[in-house]
Ligand binder design. Structure first.
Ligand code: GLN
Length: 321
């Protein structure tokens, strides 16, 4: 079927989805990272951006929150960009774990492999793959520069979050050293873990995440700066990773009910991508049991339902003025 959606309809659907999800209660802020437990749990934002730069911003879309696991998406892109999608597949993998984001068991089950760059293990491994090897500050610059290119504006480190996370990341330290044992860390181990922790502590706005999503949707061209950030061949690879593991053990349920590849973070962010059509982001701190934002999930899902589209539907969808 051919479906044509007007930009007005996009605005309307976003408004309705935002209003619907605003009234939802339930979930709780992440409490295993002290900083996150204290973020105002009433904050809520929804942003959409199209490949031509048209955007919708609702609620607290300029509030800077911890990007957390959504940062796994840009760094996977960076690792693919600096090496190749094939090398990322060989060194990390592209398999869903079906287990929580911080699972140690998943590493052992997958024959000592990190599985995918979108869980903690694979993300630490991806940080170790970033060039130039051995130079923490240059690697950090590459990670932040890539996020800046994807968003069209820079993220800002939330120092308090970084300190909070560094002081409590014992599980991630175990993951990093276990991966080192299996030769899945491709640079200094402590440095790779620290880069991962630092990237999770970057402050990002919902508007910035929507722009990142739109860059991925536009096959690597940033709608705001018109800069080509990555080769078009990376879009299907990163959206595959998002579709298969973006919500950890709840990913199948998510894709089944929402129809959009997306990635969550325990800061409350959700980043969704409909290739060729738009990027969407939502943010609200209270999380469900799998660590995914209750309101952000509901808002994105509602938006998709109102538009009547989905990645698996087989329709030819276009957005018009
Ligand atoms: N920094 C967090 C961690 O490593 C990210 C987890 C997440 O957002 N799912 O536990």
């Amino acid at each position: 079927m051919k479906i044509t959606i007007t930009k007005e309809k996009i605005r309307e659907a976003a408004g309705q989805a935002y209003a619907y999800a605003s009234s939802l209660t339930g979930g709780a802020n992440a409490n295993y990272i002290p900083y996150l437990a204290n973020v105002d749990s009433g904050l809520f934002a929804l942003s959409v951006m199209l490949p031509d730069g048209t955007s919708v911003s609702l609620g607290d879309a300029s509030f800077r929150f911890g990007i957390e696991s959504v940062s796994k998406v840009p760094t996977a892109i960076l690792a693919m960009k600096q090496t190749s999608p094939e090398e990322v597949l060989a060194k990390i993998g592209a398999d869903a774990t079906g287990l929580p984001f911080n699972s140690i068991f998943a590493i052992l089950l997958e024959n000592d492999s990190p599985s995918t760059p979108l869980v903690n293990a694979g993300a630490i491994s991806a940080c170790s793959m970033v060039s130039p090897k051995g130079d923490a500050e240059a690697k950090w610059k590459a990670i932040v520069g890539n996020i800046t290119d994807l968003c069209g504006s820079a993220p800002v480190l939330i120092d308090e979050l970084y300190k909070s996370e560094s002081a409590t990341n014992f599980n991630n330290r175990s993951i990093a050293w276990l991966l080192k044992n299996y030769n899945r860390i491709y640079d200094d181990t402590a440095m790779s873990l620290d880069l991962y922790t630092r990237q999770c502590s970057l402050g990002i706005t919902c508007d910035q995440l929507a722009a990142m999503g739109a860059t991925i949707a536009a096959q690597g061209v940033n709608p705001l700066t018109r800069k080509r950030v990555f080769d078009a061949s990376i879009t299907p690879k990163i959206t595959t990773l998002m579709a298969t593991v973006g919500f950890y053990q709840n990913t199948g349920d998510w894709l089944y009910t929402s129809g959009i590849p997306a990635k969550s973070g325990v800061g409350g962010g959700v980043l969704g991508v409909m290739p060729g059509l738009f990027g969407i982001a939502a943010f609200a701190p209270p999380l469900d049991d799998a660590g995914n934002s209750v309101k952000a999930q509901a808002a994105v899902k509602k938006f998709m339902q109102i538009l009547g589209i989905g990645i698996m539907n087989g329709d030819s969808v276009s957005i018009m003025d």
